[in-house]
Design a protein around this ligand. Sequence first.
Ligand SMILES: NC(=O)c1ccc[n+]([C@@H]2O[C@H](COP(=O)([O-])OP(=O)(O)OC[C@H]3O[C@@H](n4cnc5c(N)ncnc54)[C@H](O)[C@@H]3O)[C@@H](O)[C@H]2O)c1
Length: 313
Amino acid sequence: MSFIGISASFRGGRVVTRRACNPVYSLRGSLLRQARTFSEEQKTYDGDLRPIKGRFDLSGKNIIVTGGARGIGYSAVRAIAEMGGNVCVWDVASKPVADFASLADEFNVKTEYIQTDVTNPEGLNGAFNQTMTHFDRLDGCVTAAGVVIEGPFVDCEYKPVAKLLDVNVLGTFLTAQLAARQMQKQGGGGSIVLIASVSATTKTPGHQLSPYNASKAAVRMLGQAISIELGPDQIRVNCVSPGYTDTELLTPFKEQQPQRVDLMNKAPPLERIGNRNDLTPAIVYLLSEASSYTTGTDIQVSGGLHVGRVDVE
Ligand SMILES: NC(=O)c1ccc[n+]([C@@H]2O[C@H](COP(=O)([O-])OP(=O)(O)OC[C@H]3O[C@@H](n4cnc5c(N)ncnc54)[C@H](O)[C@@H]3O)[C@@H](O)[C@H]2O)c1
């Protein structure tokens, strides 16, 4: 089976691709890493069992990350690069965190930054076309661009709610749609990871976030619905749902009510606020071949908050 510059074969019930013409692959580190991965994968034990380490590898995969300028999105960017993947960031911010500049050299991968607003369909199309001038194909997409507003339901005003839904729901929808179309055009295969939230399934203690709750429930259901539509194309769609995660998104909450820091550290059953390192393994797993039979799921990385809370006085 082959498509432009790529040969593929079915092994163990999944498609294994090898890229012949991608200039990124001429990089020595990537080649060595890939060669090692394939030789390890060829071994089998007790019938069909294969070594697990190489299955998390993202060498040579091309992945878009929205909201990757900072926070959880940037943690995904760095993790993808560390695992050998090439990353294109789409974010409304004028520039990413300073650390981004060194990733390409540090991990021998390709990185690109495109300033775009996920609520602007023309801008998104432009970002997509620009991305595909850097990438010869698309293997993955992580949608982390998101915003939050807080306040009592009855006091919420139209404009801020509409803006939030635009970013969190429509922005996610349109980005995933662009990725899925490209993956279908390539002949199928790929992984889309939607960053939802524990707020998609439960009201978090100490916050009034009804528009955000609604938006993240929409993201979660979007993931489930399109995982079924895209499954026959071997395009997997899953969510990662963070609980309280220590990023700049939480800064206003902490500043307005410092006692909330205490709550965030006490309410989750694991009795601490989450951090970005808690999330990246789930994101890498879902992007990689390690999750080859996982679609339509939502991985909760919430310290247990999604099932309940420790009683806090
Ligand atoms: N931090 C948490 O506790 C937490 C918990 C659950 C879910 N989440 C979700 O994780 C995702 C990332 O959150 P974070 O904590 O890293 O927040 P963050 O504010 O640190 O980062 C969000 C990023 O999205 C970008 N962005 C915002 N609007 C955009 C737009 N219109 N177009 C393009 N980019 C845009 C921002 O510029 C920023 O780089 C969000 O979807 C958020 O809802 C966060």
